[in-house]
Design a protein around this ligand. Structure first.
Ligand code: BG6
Length: 481
């Protein structure tokens, strides 16, 4: 059963890459799989000179490229309309008129999702123009969806929030971090708060350390203009890794509603401190990834020959709460690593007394380790000690596995989940204004800090200095294969 209502989904940046690769295929699936059906009508807005039919043709090609059957795509795009905004047009009055015309034609009650799939520098002006054109309210609901990055530091995020709040109320705002739409990321909460076995051990009383790895095999994918300004801290840490960290560290919300959850996330973030002495930056040099020779970052097109932009960071931080005091959290992320994997690894403490002494080892016990693999090969692994058969007594660590794909048929794409939530009015998986500001506040110092950027060869796990710099020489990161 659909919980949605007939509405107009307005995409600013309607002919852009995000619309083509993510938004349209996800909107298509929502109508097919989430019961949204005919409730969805789309208006694309951009600077390209198209008529409705040309736009539909462009959208149909995008859907076919995403694997949709051509006949189904041709029929589906009949719900789409297009309107052009000239580069020098100083207001959105014409867009408002077009919206009202379509609503009349289709008998829509005035429910509107306004999606900014635009370059971030144009967010403030577009939001102001929406407000000035009266597009911040409507006879039905109006929701504003803002893509990442939201600001480029605390100050700009605060300014952008001010512009947003000049025209819209917070309950109309949907700030995207696509990691929150990933099924396995949401499952961190389900895992923690519905399995008492783990939640009762989820604290400094039982946990020795937490490691979060978000490794990517890809490089900057031709986005040097953006990446040179963003670097790894803005591209991955301030948003995606911060989200993973808060989901692991937060307290239980009083209920599973958007504000209760987001309040707990903000509180967890407020307790985090980063020690700039325990941070390592890296930049990839040429190397081999998956058998392929890869050029170094400095050889990528558009990158300055002397660029010091970091493509890797590893850091150690503390969560100064009653629950986590003294437990180190290690985060790392990088491009051009040996493989793509996102994992949260929780290492439990060893038993207080060692009863099992091996021949070589002083104490043979290993820690229990819980590994949540968020992508790819989504699943869990719990490692525990068993006695190997025979004598002399010998303990080996063995895993218990849960595999998402084995248990469930398929996992929805993150954008499908997020767009459906926009349409149905659920803000849980979107970043609240105080959350985005708290996150920038946490990372601003590191972003601005002049730091050495160590070289690491493409296809390795980062600079060799990493574990010494994190204050744990000889200790390696645990990962599931
Ligand atoms: C984006 C970053 O937000 O996330 C990219 O801009 C990065 O640089 C991407 O590659 C990673 O997302 P995913 O879903 O592939 O882990």
């Amino acid at each position: 059963m659909s919980t949605t209502q007939p509405h107009l989904f307005v995409i600013f940046g309607g002919t852009g890459d995000l619309t083509k690769r993510k938004l349209l295929p996800s909107l298509y699936r929502i109508t097919m799989e989430n019961g949204v059906g005919e409730d969805l009508n789309i208006l694309g807005v951009s600077r390209t000179d198209h008529g409705d039919d040309e736009y539909r043709g462009w959208a149909r090609d995008a859907l076919v490229a995403a694997g949709v059957d051509a006949a189904a795509a041709t029929e589906w795009v009949q719900r789409m309309f297009y309107t052009r905004v000239a580069a020098d047009e100083g207001d959105l009055a014409a867009v408002r008129d077009e919206i009202e015309t379509i609503e009349q034609k289709r008998g829509l009650p005035g429910n509107r999702a306004l999606y900014l799939a635009l370059p971030p520098p144009s967010f403030p002006d577009t939001i102001s123009m929406l407000g000035e054109a009266g597009l911040n309210t409507s006879p039905g609901w109006t929701r504003l969806v803002i893509e990442k990055p939201f600001g480029s530091d605390f100050e700009t995020a605060e300014q952008l929030n001010a512009v947003v709040h000049d025209h819209f109320t917070e309950d109309q705002i949907y700030r995207i971090d696509h990691y929150l739409g990933k099924e396995t990321v949401q499952n961190v909460l389900a895992f923690r708060f519905s399995n008492l076995l783990f939640e009762s051990a989820w604290s400094r009383d039982r946990i020795h350390k937490v490691e979060i790895t978000v490794a990517e095999e890809i490089g900057i994918e031709g986005r040097s203009g953006y990446y040179e300004r963003a670097g790894v801290m803005r591209d991955m840490v301030q948003n995606h890794l911060t989200q993973l960290l808060t989901l692991v560290a937060m307290e239980a919300p009083h209920s599973f509603n958007a504000d209760a959850i987001r309040t707990e996330k903000v509180q967890a973030l407020q307790a985090v401190t980063v020690d700039p002495d325990h941070v390592v930056f890296g930049q990839y040099t040429e190397g081999v990834v998956d058998g392929e020779e890869i050029p170094g970052y400095l050889d990528e097109e558009g990158v300055a020959v002397d660029s010091t932009t970091a493509t890797f960071v590893a850091l150690r931080l503390a969560v100064n709460s009653w629950r986590w005091q003294g437990v180190p959290f290690y985060l790392r992320t990088g491009k051009r690593m040996p493989r793509k994997t996102t994992q949260i690894v929780v290492t439990f403490q060893r038993p207080p007394v060692c009863l099992f002494h091996g021949v070589e080892d002083e104490c043979e016990m290993h820690s229990n380790v819980l590994i949540l693999t968020l992508q790819p090969d989504e699943g869990f692994e719990l490692r525990f000690d068993v006695k190997a058969p025979g004598e002399p007594l010998h303990l080996v660590a063995k895993p218990l596995h849960f595999d998402y794909e084995e248990a469930f048929e398929s996992i929805p794409d993150a954008y499908q989940t997020l767009l459906y939530d926009v349409i149905s009015g659920d803000q849980t998986l979107f970043v609240r204004s105080d959350e985005v500001e708290t996150s920038w506040q946490l990372w601003d110092e590191l972003i601005d800090m002049p730091a050495t950027v160590h070289a690491y060869a493409a296809g390795t796990w980062g600079p060799e200095q990493t574990d010494i710099a994190l204050g744990r020489p000889g200790e390696s990161w645990t990962l599931s294969d």
